[in-house]
Design a protein around this ligand. Structure first.
Ligand code: RB5
Length: 152
């Protein structure tokens, strides 16, 4: 798969570590920055990663900040993005099966590097459940976007 990754200063180190890990799993990784640990604003890095997923340039996106929360809030403002904030293995698998999440967010100040790798591996390898009920619910999220997203 093609995987986009981005961070802010709070997630800079984990982003770089995960980049290597994701490549070692055989995926193609595109790094949307930042290139240093200088202070930056997480929405500026969430958007290009989300746009790369929407355009099809990437199959999935991964966003890291200090808590993962700012990245999650920003990403979920982008219609078509279903960003899951995940800090445990169970949720990594469940959000792919149930929510068809296309962006994963984590907090470098929350999760250790070993668990972060497990989460990423599970999240990348898990398919969306074929169950009709999950597709119906994701369809209802799309309906919310259609109702409230005024600008494409
Ligand atoms: C940066 O200090 C921090 O606020 C940011 O990385 C993130 O945790 C925001 O949600």
């Amino acid at each position: 798969m093609k995987v986009s990754i981005g961070a802010d200063h709070g997630g800079f180190r984990l982003k770089n570590e995960l980049k290597e890990f994701i490549a070692s799993l055989g995926h193609e990784v595109k790094d949307f920055g930042p290139d240093s640990a200088d202070s930056v604003d997480y929405p500026d890095y969430a958007l290009p990663v989300c746009e790369s997923v929407l355009s099809g340039e990437a199959d999935r996106g991964i966003l890291i900040c200090g808590t993962g929360i700012g990245m999650t809030i920003a990403a979920n403002k982008v219609p078509g993005i279903r960003c899951a904030l995940v800090h445990d293995s169970f949720s990594a698998k469940a959000t792919r099966e149930h929510n068809d999440s296309n962006v994963l967010a984590m907090g470098e100040r929350v999760v250790g590097p070993g668990l972060a790798q497990d989460i990423v591996a599970l999240w990348l390898e898990t398919a969306f459940s074929q169950g009709e009920r999950h597709a119906k619910r994701v369809g209802k999220i799309k309906a919310l976007e259609d109702k409230y997203a005024l600008h494409p």
